[in-house]
Ligand binder design. Structure first.
Ligand SMILES: NC(=O)c1ccc[n+]([C@@H]2O[C@H](COP(=O)([O-])OP(=O)(O)OC[C@H]3O[C@@H](n4cnc5c(N)ncnc54)[C@H](O)[C@@H]3O)[C@@H](O)[C@H]2O)c1
Length: 256
């Protein structure tokens, strides 16, 4: 049995956020056309360690893709200096069912979670969006930022996190990485109101269990990406927004 192993470096050498956004649009089309067999994700609780292990599998005949991504969510890892969402993707040869490839799932998750939001933003946000508010500066945040910068001419990014020191460090690093490339200014702000005011695009990518910004301050016509919440006890977007917005979801079953 021969298994190819692709780590972060190998993946990034051949694949960009722009590629991932195009692929996510294609994948969403195949999914919506009923051409994917993707059962609902299986979640295992690991209460002894405040963790969850999530199993996401699928088969897409049109692109000969068969595989399972194993993603675990261990919020306490962040205090141990470890990734709070470790992940591995296992690909199988669809003709024989043999495992053919192991990919760094953390990198894939970052690409994919960023890129599906990039695809949604590209399709739904105003073309002339220039101000972006980013809530949450954890493992997913950098690729969320990259995805929005890839699809809209953003000039100013306001970054907010409950941990202001982390937000400042993130904004500094993000400006180092993207500042020149996208001609963008990236700043940490210490108040949710300040972050949301005047934003054309807002992304929430947090582990919050309550709304992360006041909906009433959101500019009319703004585009909001809600990324973080995936359990009934989690929430990032408040009732005002939910009752005033047009809501689009990636998969109806998953969202329900
Ligand atoms: N939709 C998807 O496809 C998808 C994919 C991957 C991860 N996720 C989810 O996205 C969330 C974020 O993932 P991550 O890896 O970046 O997590 P992380 O734990 O690395 O970071 C979360 C960040 O959110 C901040 N935060 C928590 N509450 C906040 C609040 N009220 N306001 C502002 N910031 C707040 C934390 O301080 C931390 O910096 C998780 O819930 C994860 O499960 C969703």
């Amino acid at each position: 049995m021969q298994i190819t192993m692709l780590n972060e470096k190998a993946i990034r050498a051949v694949y960009t956020m722009k590629d991932a956004i195009a692929d996510c649009k294609e994948a969403a089309k195949l999914y919506s056309a009923g051409q994917c067999s993707i059962p609902l994700r299986t979640n295992l609780n690991i209460p002894e360690h405040n963790g969850q292990s999530l199993y996401m599998y699928g088969y897409v005949p049109a692109v000969h893709a068969l595989g399972v991504k194993i993603v675990s969510v261990y919020p306490d890892n962040i205090q141990k200096g470890l990734n709070s969402v470790p992940a591995t993707m296992v690909l199988l040869d669809a003709t024989t069912g043999t495992v053919s490839c192991l990919l760094d799932g953390t990198v894939l998750t970052r690409f994919r979670t960023g890129a599906i939001v990039g695809a949604a933003t590209d399709i739904l946000a105003r073309k002339d969006s220039t101000v972006f508010a980013l809530f949450g500066t954890g493992g997913q945040a950098m690729s969320q930022l990259e995805a929005v910068l890839t699809v809209r001419p953003i000039k100013y990014v306001k970054v907010y996190d409950v941990d202001f020191a982390r937000a400042k460090e993130f904004a500094y690093q993000a400006e180092e990485i993207f500042g020149k490339q996208y001609d963008v200014e990236i700043r940490a702000v210490n108040a949710t109101d300040e972050a949301v005011q005047n934003a054309d695009i807002i992304t929430a990518v947090t582990t919050a269990t309550h709304a992360v910004f006041p909906g009433e301050l959101v500019k009319t016509g703004a585009h909001i990406n809600g990324v973080g919440s995936y359990r009934p006890d989690m929430a990032e977007i408040d009732e005002y927004i939910v009752s005033h917005a047009k809501v689009y979801v990636d998969t109806r079953n998953g969202a329900l």
